[in-house]
Design a protein around this ligand. Structure first.
Ligand SMILES: N[C@@H](CCC(=O)N[C@@H](CS)C(=O)NCC(=O)O)C(=O)O
Length: 324
């Protein structure tokens, strides 16, 4: 773990400065959008026209935020149009790296050792955390966007005239409902598990962990007799919830102490998790080895030995308990 300050890398933990022990997440700073004609998107500057082969997506297969972006890339049929670069699962000194490992890709830009070099290529005096996903433009040599919510949404439409399929993950008529649900799921569930896991006081932990399960209980009821969270089709709201659910029993339940219940204890959420896993192309985006080893090997304040649990028992049919 670490951060850049005026373009220089520093190892160490730098989240949450008050003494209340609460984890505080940074806002992403690269907020430009790829659009069909290069016009500016809802935030940032224009100049990023959709073109197959022009953009590259840096992700960690462990990271739930990066996972959203890669799912959009897969579901929209853009795997051949947007190159994928995968960092090593272990994030310690130097932060995310490209050191050799199963399913890790060397950096095609400059053979970088670490992800922070990609950030300083884009902005030599960058200060802040070095996070994935990162959407890179090979034409102008800069980062288009490093906010997964934006990337998920922009890949939903940007390439529709040049190679993407017509799947609509953000249907008109349901947008207000999707936005409202996304906000609540983000705060209580997607980021809620991190707030619980990274809390350094009992109070901060308990303040975070209870809302995780209040929201899961509500979602369990919402999914009664329904396949999808909003309307009658898969939307980005489903994808955003799912990337947390798939990591929940293997990682968040133990490592982040979110252990009031498991997803396996919620029939509707468990069925929902399996339903998305079985959707065309989605299981390909899941790598349980990277997921389990990332969390348990990277956060040495929480798990100093780096020992990775072999369980729990598989929630997904076909998923076997894995050994190192
Ligand atoms: N707001 C960002 C957050 C992304 C994020 O926090 N990614 C984590 C991985 S799960 C990361 O790269 N953390 C490195 C760090 O915080 O130093 C997004 O959704 O894209």
């Amino acid at each position: 773990m670490g951060f850049l300050k005026d373009g220089k890398w520093h190892d160490g933990w730098d989240y949450g400065d008050g003494d209340d022990g609460a984890f505080e997440r940074d806002d992403s700073i690269f907020r430009n959008w790829i659009t069909p004609d290069g016009a500016p998107g809802p935030t940032g500057e224009g100049g990023f026209e959709a073109e197959p082969g022009r953009y590259r997506l840096y992700i960690s297969l462990a990271c739930p935020w990066a996972h959203r972006a890669n799912i959009a890339r897969h579901l929209k049929g853009l795997a051949g149009a947007i190159e994928l670069v995968v960092v090593h699962w272990r994030m310690q000194e130097g932060g995310w790296s490209f050191r050799e490992g199963e399913c890790v890709t060397p950096d095609p830009l400059c053979g970088a050792d670490n992800m922070h070099q990609i950030y300083t290529r884009a902005k030599p005096d960058y200060s802040g955390h070095v996070t994935v996903p990162v959407l890179w433009d090979t034409k102008t040599g800069t980062i288009v966007n490093n906010e997964s919510a934006d990337i998920l949404r922009m890949l939903g439409t940007a390439f529709d005239a040049c190679g993407a399929n017509d799947l609509d993950l953000y249907p008109e008529g349901h947008r207000d409902e999707i936005d409202a649900l996304n906000d609540r799921v983000y705060d209580a569930v997607n980021n809620g598990v991190y707030k619980a896991g990274f809390a350094t006081t009992q109070k901060a932990y308990e303040d975070a962990v209870v809302p995780v399960f209040d929201m899961l209980d509500e979602l369990e009821t919402r999914l009664e007799g329904k396949d999808w969270l909003v309307g009658e089709q898969l939307t980005e709201a489903d994808i955003r919830l799912w990337t947390t659910l798939i990591r929940f029993d293997p990682v968040y339940h133990g490592h982040f102490k979110c252990n009031i219940r498991r997803i396996a204890d919620y029939p509707n959420l468990a069925a929902f998790t399996r339903r998305l896993y079985q959707l065309d192309g989605l299981s390909e985006t899941v790598n349980f080895k990277h997921i389990r080893h990332h969390y348990y090997e990277s956060h040495d304040t929480i798990n100093p030995t780096g020992v990775v649990p072999v369980g729990p028992d598989p929630m997904i049919p076909g998923w076997q308990a894995q050994r190192a």
